[in-house]
Design a protein around this ligand. Structure first.
Ligand code: PMT
Length: 404
């Protein structure tokens, strides 16, 4: 990602009332160091945690707190802003925004702004899990707002759970991602995500630890960047990004079938799904009864990416992921050729903060020119790196561009 994508951008930072307000001060500093011009708007509750003077000193701009003392500020400010970042976003503010209530500076600015909006919830874990909050967040996401999900850890109340405001780096990355523009518009992107389940009998299956987060981050990034996205998903417990055409499958053979049905017209295929390598040779139509021992015979599952990359329907770019249990780049490099991919994204699923289920990943991109290593990043940022590489490979004169 270009480090300068925030340079000279006008950021409205909306601060709402929770303990995490103190972190918003650091957020202002980071936006400024990236070259952005930051204007802070605050709710009354947030001012009880940190004074507007702190934000005024850090941003170098007037802080807006009162609708009535500046009647037109909620219209004028958004008119010249590039992005609105709401951090921390309380349960109360999330509810107001979802309902379209506008009774303070932050909610008024929100309604008067028609650009990209990033929000970073921060609250007690039970509040974050409450069905009312879940519903309101779904509503905001369906309106196109980008949620930077809270993290798990010790909360201000002393309890442990998911509710801590996302790290400053993740919020900055999300803002940069939203300002990137529609550089994938006109492209059809097919993404696979999640695990497959290979059934032994009607109640038992072989599967793996994939949560779908990496594939869903890829689908979100492609949508945000203007692509038409089809997401073929194994069984996962997360919501698909609004705007994606979602095809749900369970078994690897169903995933192959879905990919084959949707590959026509796709420009880019990204296989982030953790597809089974083996499937039970026999399926028992009734639940198998307990016995002293059981030997399962497995046969190879269909290799989806290999089948597609060798077919006449091959998209211009075929990207795979390689999940290894150690720094075994050589294995990923071999898969690049064996499976006919344009590049492969290596991740060591045993590395801290990488691989299955985490919100972050540490990837290396391997293509025929070499290997590029990336630091530990959010899966959203990894997704942007993958599509940046796709765009580089699509430039005239590159091998993938010649496949057109
Ligand atoms: O879902 P998360 O919890 O966020 O975790 C993300 C992830 C670790 C699952 C993801 O980053 C990842 O590495 N996905 C690929 C996992 C995998 O199947 O790796 P592999 O090295 O076994 O396969 C290489 C490539 O072949 C992959 O693109 C895979 O989708 C594809 N494949 C594998 C088997 C098969 N039968 N058909 C395939 O197409």
């Amino acid at each position: 990602m270009s480090p300068s994508s925030l340079k000279n951008r006008r950021v409205i930072l909306a601060v709402t009332g929770g303990v995490a307000v103190y972190k918003a001060a650091e957020l202002v500093r980071r936006f400024k160091s990236e070259g952005a011009d930051v204007t802070v708007v605050m709710t009354g509750a947030s001012q009880r945690f940190v004074s507007p003077l702190t934000f005024e000193s850090l941003s170098g701009n007037k802080v807006h707190t009162d609708v009535f003392s500046e009647p037109m500020a909620h219209i004028n400010l958004p008119a010249s802003a590039d992005i609105l970042v709401i951090a921390p976003a309380t349960a109360n503010m999330i509810g107001k925004l979802a309902a379209g209530v506008a009774d303070d500076m932050v909610s008024l600015v929100f309604l008067a702004f028609d650009g990209p909006v990033v929000f970073a919830p921060a609250m007690n874990w039970r509040m974050y899990a409450h069905p009312a909050v879940r519903r309101n967040i779904r509503t905001l996401r369906s309106m196109g707002l980008h949620e930077v999900e809270p993290e798990e850890g010790e909360l201000a109340c002393g309890e442990h759970g998911v509710g801590r405001m996302a790290g400053i780096g993740r919020i900055i990355e999300a803002a940069k991602g939203c300002l990137r523009g529609k550089d994938l518009s006109g492209l059809n992107v097919l993404v696979t995500a999640g695990p497959t389940r290979e059934y032994i009998d009607p109640v038992r299956f072989i599967s793996n630890r994939s949560s779908g987060k990496m594939g869903y981050a890829l689908a979100s990034a492609a949508l945000r960047r203007g692509a038409d996205v089809t997401l073929i998903s194994g069984p996962v417990g997360i919501d698909p990004p609004p705007g994606a055409k979602v095809v749900r499958v369970e078994r690897s053979e169903e995933m192959l079938d879905a990919v084959e049905r949707h590959i026509e017209g796709a420009d880019i295929l990204v296989m982030a799904a953790a597809v089974a390598d083996f499937i039970p040779d026999e399926y028992s139509a009734v639940k198998m009864q307990k016995q002293d021992s059981l030997v399962l015979r497995l046969r190879p599952a269909p290799d989806i990416v290999k089948a597609v990359s060798g077919s006449r329907k091959r998209p211009r770019l075929v990207v795979g992921f390689s999940a290894e249990t150690g720094p075994e780049i050589a294995k990923a490099r071999r898969k690049l050729d064996e499976k006919g991919m344009d590049f492969v994204v290596f991740n060591d699923v045993t590395a801290e903060g990488a691989g299955f289920d985490s919100d972050t990943n540490k990837i290396s991109i391997i293509d025929r020119e070499g290997i590029t290593d990336y630091p530990l990043m959010s899966k959203d940022a990894c997704a942007d790196v993958v599509f940046d590489r796709c765009l580089e490979l699509s430039k005239p004169g590159t091998r993938a561009a010649e496949n057109c």
